[in-house]
Ligand binder design. Sequence first.
Ligand code: SF4
Ligand code: SF4
Length: 329
Amino acid sequence: MPKPNSYRPFQPDPAQLALKPDVSGNDINGLGEETPRRPRMVYWAPDPDTIPHGRMQRWFYKVNPDHPALNRARAQRAEMASEPVPDVTGEPLQRAPEEWNAALDAFAPDGGFDMWGVAEIDPLWVYEGQTVSQSRIVVLGFAHDYDEIATAPEPAAGAEVVKQYGRAMKAAKRVAGWLHLQGWDAEPLTGPMTSKVMMIPPAIACGFGELGKHGSIINPEFGSSFRLSAVLTDAPFAPTPKRSFNVDSFCESCRICEHACPPEAIAPDKQTVRGVEKWYVDFDRCLPFFNQTFGCAICISACPWSRPGVGFNLAAKLAKRAAREPSAA
Ligand code: SF4
Ligand code: SF4
């Protein structure tokens, strides 16, 4: 029997509920649609007035608890947003694809990212109304401090998320600047605001891990406790391979995040979304709790893969089991 969830039953703030639009975020996301299509922006719009849930997005910032760490992280992120990126200089430097990857790997300490990968752009990752001309997306990953994220849904966890988005923004701009100085155009994409391209599908394609039941990526290094940013470019990096750690089969029998989620937004079974069967979090259920708790993050902190040191052991056990019983993989 799971422990009783102390946040249930969750009663959304009536002031927030009054801002709910008539349209469901799940419909915008394409829940139940059998045909693949490009995504539509559902939240974190750069201009909230352009989306149905824009008034709820504005409300998120009104419930700022005046928490010092949260305010500090937001101020630092704003500072990073105004940092300039050097212009494109000279002729594009020529390197073989694998040499580009090695050069990016060597740049990681200066770039300030914990993880990287490269995928060829799939048009189905690009939001409706947006255009991407570049052939590649370099995805960057930023690990949370687990002790901070484990305080979810307290403001300290929200502050940690904002802090990592700040790092993510800084690093994407640094990688773009690094490419510019080698003569290649490059466009940084940073969250949490929605940009041109969904981040999770390219991150899965380039080997960051697998989609967990809670809708975030899981890998053995960082569990699901990390953020993303990205850079679009034509610099000819070699695509990095997808990786599987049998997370998907683990999620089939694990229900920890389902039980931990206060508004019961995490579905026990996969759903069809824009023609793909996958784990799905009910947007309409999640959003009010997420908004009221500075970004929630309970599902990320509760996931066993997120606990430091656990992911590699789990992956090794699952790999052994899959070798013994190939059908279990
Ligand atoms: S972030 Fe959303 S899905 Fe995750 S635990 Fe919180 S309310 Fe549930
Ligand atoms: S808590 Fe369990 S079911 Fe949820 S994402 Fe993590 S491993 Fe999967």
